[in-house]
Design a protein around this ligand. Structure first.
Ligand SMILES: Cc1ncc(COP(=O)(O)O)c(C=O)c1O
Length: 447
């Protein structure tokens, strides 16, 4: 098969942009000063004006094995030629089953089954639905209430924004789901600023779940969903002991615990999943992003042993779960995921974050003390630099830093007034120096 080795950098000028309504983007600002990416290889993007930009964000926290991986390219190309599509309802194809077995193995058999989706948002809504249906299948149909957390990000479906806790993601969209409550978030700079790794203060905030249980009664609560490490809301780390406490309280009251591992899955914390890092086993895990190295949209919901079995009742000709997507387990996504898992295994990428964590921590904490920096946080290969907002103009300072970094050849993310770093797991120390060095220069220069 002949696949060009690298995509030639485009010499294209900026296209007409009017027809595209861009997601989570300040459309007018972007179109006035576009940032277009035309190719990618390894740790770098190439921009439409021919510049190389170091990827400090793994795209959107998804390109964990770096860009342009030949093995994935070839697997997807071969797959589209061999079997381009197979229905997933009442039909199957071998790679979907092979991948499921590989994924379960990767959880160290903490989990029993995998349900495929096409994105993190779909994984979240799927997990919430499975949780409610699970209780009903066991004769506890009153357990329908869902508990999320303030500042949580669980994608953009109605389920996800209902349990999510980011005001702007919720307030434009009406009454959302009924029967949802929220835990308090755990971010408190008065106690935890400049912590290295997990902050010491805040495990007691998990006890708020007891108050919510007392208010609504456990018999009405289906599940609690949290991100073990929250990314899109500004990189919020779990206080030491917090997740363990949540697990204990959920167990005590028969509530399912869902870990949204859309960003923490596949090596981000130096372990395959966050549940490995924290040694807390949830009942369901939502995943996406790094599953296919960001190449083909795919998500997955993992369920703990016993959940699937609870549905396998009644006449065998009856569908057990009335849920699924046309593209659940798409052959191209499965091929991409299998090739991705091969790369992760062969290159040890799912634990590489642990090896680099100390160097990474030193590097990002070296930014403490620079102008406007009010916190630095890190865990695994995640870093966050929180900036004091410009008075009356939240997010503007962080946007300027992001934009200037991009101009100087480094791509970071910003959310609120926090700069978030989550590079591909193939990153070398020299890249870390460049990434953090450029960010430091920008922070100094914009002071
Ligand atoms: C924790 C978490 N859940 C869900 C999502 C939504 O994923 P997607 O954008 O693939 O729908 C994200 C995306 O960043 C995420 O970080």
């Amino acid at each position: 098969m002949s696949i060009p080795k690298t995509v030639p950098p485009s010499t294209a000028t900026v296209p007409d942009m009017d027809a595209l309504w861009m997601p989570f983007t300040a459309n007018r600002q972007f179109k006035a000063e576009p940032r277009l990416l035309v190719s990618a290889e390894g740790m770098h993007y190439t921009t439409h004006d021919g510049r190389r930009v170091l990827d400090g964000a793994a795209g959107l926290w998804c390109v964990n094995a770096g860009h342009g991986r030949r093995r994935i390219v070839e697997a997807v190309a071969a797959q589209v030629a061999e079997l381009d599509y197979a229905p997933g309802f009442q039909m199957g194809h071998p790679k979907a089953f092979e991948l499921a077995s590989r994924l379960i193995e990767l959880t160290g058999d903490r989990m029993g089954q995998v349900f495929y989706t096409n994105s993190g948002s779909e994984s979240v809504d799927t997990a919430l639905k499975i949780a409610i249906a699970y209780h009903r299948a066991r004769g506890e149909g009153t357990r329908t209430r869902l508990i999320g957390r303030e500042r949580g990000y669980h994608g953009v479906g109605f389920g996800g924004i209902s349990v999510g806790g980011i005001g702007n993601n919720r307030k434009f969209f009406g009454p959302l789901l009924n029967g949802v409550d929220h835990l308090p978030h755990t971010h408190d700079l008065a106690h935890n600023a400049f912590s290295r790794g997990q902050p010491a203060w805040g495990a007691h905030l998990a006890d708020e779940l007891e108050r919510i249980v007392a208010l609504h009664d456990a018999s009405t609560i289906a599940a609690v969903i949290v991100e073990p490490v929250a990314g899109s809301t500004g990189v919020l780390l779990p206080p030491q002991g917090y997740l363990q406490r949540l697990r204990e309280i959920c167990d005590k009251h028969g509530i399912l615990l869902i870990f949204d591992e859309v960003i923490t899955g596949f090596g981000r914390l130096g372990t395959p999943f966050a549940c490995d890092r924290f040694d807390v086993t949830p009942d369901l895990i939502t995943a996406a992003k790094g599953l296919t190295n960001g190449t083909v949209p795919m998500g997955a919901v993992f369920t703990r042993p016993g959940i699937y079995e609870a549905f396998m009742q009644g006449p065998e000709h009856v569908i057990e779960l009335f849920h699924g997507y046309t593209y659940s387990g798409h052959p191209l996504a499965c091929a991409a995921a299998l090739a991705t898992l091969d790369i992760y295994a062969e290159e040890g990428l799912l634990t590489r974050g642990s090896e680099l964590a100390a160097y990474w921590e030193e590097a990002v904490h070296g930014l403490a003390g620079l102008p406007h920096v009010i916190d630095v946080r890190n865990l695994g290969l995640i870093g966050a630099i929180e900036l004091a907002p410009l008075p009356g103009q939240p997010t503007v300072r962080a946007y300027r830093v992001f934009n200037e970094c991009y101009r100087r050849g480094v791509m970071v993310r910003f959310t609120g007034d926090t700069i978030a770093l989550s590079p591909p797991l193939i990153i070398e120390k020299s890249h870390i120096d460049e990434l953090v060095g450029t960010l430091g220069e920008v922070l100094r220069d914009l002071a």
